[in-house]
Design a protein around this ligand. Structure first.
Ligand code: NDP
Ligand code: MG
Length: 395
């Protein structure tokens, strides 16, 4: 039986992972679960899966959880070091990295350094420190399996799953599909007044609020371009974004002979999660088979970089290299949070990011400490921009 640690167990990906794990009780044993502050949800998961360890974000949350699950064989801990411990423990084989944002970096890196099989949902960790993270994976012989649906589709469509694109024979391009999110066809002038709830109403996927806003700005696709660069070794010029509103094709690889290989499926994250969990085997995910006869039609078109300036910013950051993607990611996290709290408007998100990228010079990324220092500077610059915009909004 394989032990599994789920970082971010109370989130959208965490819940889908637990759903798949519950379908295979003889195959997986839940070793540890984590959450930040949603203690009741974590307590419910502890009652169902009886992990050895549970980690939350604060001593208060830990006390609350301990009271809720008194009598269970689960020890309760809190804080970043505890997250790193459950990700690197000898008692776990698999680590699902599903914490949202930069907070996931330290534990995901700890899993890499401990040589674990990592199921990577937390794209922000890879965007922040791609080279350092991939070096740690190689050095410690960790296994990195992409959970993000597009990257899992590419993984399945490459000539061999661990192929590196520039060296892989015959790969011409990675075609990263994007739904275009809820504002694909909305008049650009009206985007100033959209609410957080409208931005979070994704047409095809049910996800956490941060990634939902990222999908509405298409920063999610921008982060995924950077993620694809690191996972598959593809330079920016070999990654193309294709809008495909139906989200049935999850991404494609095109080859020099004109072949295009794709992975299709219903838009349900349990498919890539099950694929990564059992790789190279296949297990039941609970997702219904795709009924192609029910498809009204599949559309594809090029993205509009003026409607979605965040996508252009991400391509620029990837080309700039070094700490530029970390700056982009940090400023985006601040801007999205400010938008969700209604302190800035939707179209201010890219303004905040641009400001941070303008005032914080990027440079090489020689260490995690250097990346985190840049991350902190970008957050401070983005906070300034948010304050200025927010005071403008109040006037
Ligand atoms: P959610 O917001 O639904 O869940 C986030 C999880 O992380 C929760 O368990 C949350 O705990 C925990 N968390 C939040 N902040 C912190 C923190 N500071 N420290 C430790 N833990 C924290 O997000 P999703 O499940 O949607 O996304 C998770 C990751 O997966 C993201 O990186 C996203 O980009 C990626 N992803 C998600 C997809 C999806 O379909 N949802 C698809 C592809 C990638 P609590 O509940 O207590 O707040
Ligand atoms: Mg995705």
């Amino acid at each position: 039986m394989q032990g599994i640690t789920i970082l971010g167990a109370t989130g959208s990906i965490g819940a889908s992972t637990l759903d798949v794990v519950a379908r295979h009780p003889g195959r997986y044993r839940v070793y540890a679960l984590s959450a930040h502050s949603r203690v009741e949800e974590l307590a419910a998961a502890c009652r169902q899966f009886r992990p050895q360890r549970a980690v939350v974000g604060s001593p208060e949350a830990a006390a609350q959880l301990a009271a809720l699950i008194a009598g269970l064989p689960t020890s309760v801990e809190y804080g970043e070091q505890a997250l790193c411990d459950i990700a690197s423990s000898a008692d776990t084989d698999i680590v699902m990295a599903a914490i949202v944002g930069a907070a996931g970096l330290a534990p995901t890196l700890a899993a890499a350094r401990a040589g674990k099989k990592i199921l990577l949902a937390n794209k922000e960790a890879l965007v922040m420190s791609g080279q350092l993270f991939m070096d740690a994976v190689r050095e410690h012989k960790a296994t990195l399996l992409p959970v993000d649906s597009e990257h899992n589709a590419i993984f399945q469509s490459l000539p061999s799953s661990y192929a590196r694109v520039p060296a892989a024979s015959g790969v011409a391009k990675i075609l990263l599909t994007a739904s275009g999110g809820p504002f694909l066809n909305r008049a650009v002038e009206t985007l100033d007044s959209v609410t957080p709830d409208e931005a979070c109403k994704h047409p095809n996927w049910v996800m956490g609020r941060k990634i939902s806003v990222d999908s509405a700005t298409m920063m999610n696709k921008g982060l995924e371009v950077i993620e694809a660069h690191w996972l598959f070794g593809a330079p920016a010029d070999q990654i193309e974004v294709v809008i495909h509103p139906q989200s049935v094709i999850h991404s494609m690889v095109s080859y020099v002979d004109g072949s295009v290989l794709a992975q299709l499926g219903n838009p349900d994250m349990r498919t890539p999660i099950a694929n990564a969990l059992a790789y190279p085997e296949r297990i039941d995910s609970g997702v219904a088979q795709l009924d192609l006869t029910q498809m009204a039609g599949l559309q594809f078109f090029a993205p509009d970089f003026e409607r979605f300036p965040c996508l252009a910013l991400a391509f620029d950051a990837l080309r700039a290299g070094g700490t530029a993607p970390a700056l982009l990611n940090a400023a985006n996290e601040v801007a999205v949070q400010a938008f969700l709290e209604r302190r800035i408007g939707f179209r201010d998100i890219d303004r905040v990011i641009r400001h941070a990228l303008d005032v914080v010079p990027h440079g090489p990324a020689p260490s995690i400490e250097a990346v985190l220092a840049q991350d902190a500077r970008a957050r401070a610059a983005a906070d300034d921009a948010v304050s200025n915009l927010a005071s403008g909004l109040q006037r």
